[in-house]
Design a protein around this ligand. Structure first.
Ligand code: A2P
Length: 218
């Protein structure tokens, strides 16, 4: 009946505790603030603007998008493939409402999105749909060959008119490329350039982020 049809959420995922959202948000802002002042970044400024003589303020360039979270399964209220199977999975039911510690190992920036890479533990991978990376192959060739869980990320911001779904695709694309050259050793870690405005900062110290496994209805 209609009740069943509306009982699936927009998505399942890990939702960062609010104190942790502030910490991660501030770290991301500090990173963007520093990134757009680096000579190495300015040398590739044309990736971000059609007026390369102008400077880009990355903090203004990206808009934040609601509660910080790491999506596990996008259900689209049941319209997405495998949505009801995921919701019925005993591991999903058992873990619903539980607290996890996510490990954020890198920050990445492209002309479209800014995000944090999440490195999932074996326990966390049980909540990760095993076909995620294979299903991303159509959007990002090479994804299917990446380890399961490669797409796990937190969207930190999107450029104007860009949807958050793009962040995971941008991450997968970076991961399919040969490791970029180190452009700068920053306080937070090594900054690498992957061409076409794609930057990734491998964090010296991963950020440990407490998060609740739950769902979002909107
Ligand atoms: P992400 O997980 O990268 O942040 P929206 O507001 O556009 O409906 O998206 C809600 C959430 O679901 C966002 O977190 C978004 O991206 C994620 N999402 C949207 N569409 C998809 C999709 N097709 N596949 C996976 N995740 C999606």
């Amino acid at each position: 009946g209609p009740l069943n049809e509306t009982s699936l959420p927009l998505y399942f995922g890990w939702f960062l505790f609010s104190s942790v959202q502030d910490k991660v948000g501030c770290t991301a802002m500090d990173f963007l603030k520093t990134l757009d002042t680096l000579e190495g970044f300015k040398n590739h400024i044309a990736d971000f603007t059609e007026q390369p003589e102008k400077e880009v303020d990355l903090e203004q360039y990206f808009e934040t998008k609601g509660i910080l979270h790491c999506t596990t399964k996008f259900c689209d209220y049941g319209k997405a493939d495998g949505a009801s199977e995921y919701a019925k999975n005993p591991v999903v039911k058992k873990c619903y409402g539980s607290v996890f510690e996510l490990s954020l190992t890198a920050l990445f920036v492209t002309p479209r999105t800014v995000g944090a890479r999440v490195c999932l533990t074996d326990e966390q991978l049980k909540l990760w749909p095993a076909d995620t990376e294979k299903e991303s192959e159509a959007d990002v060739p090479g994804s299917a060959a990446l380890p399961v869980g490669s797409r796990a990320h937190i969207t930190l911001g999107c450029a104007k008119d860009v949807e958050p779904v793009q962040t995971g695709l941008d991450l997968l694309q970076i991961l399919t490329l040969p490791t970029g050259e180190v452009v700068e050793e920053m306080e937070l870690g090594s900054l690498r350039y992957y061409g076409e405005g794609r930057w990734m900062l491998d964090l010296r110290e991963p950020i440990c982020a407490a998060a609740c496994f739950s769902s979002f209805y909107g």
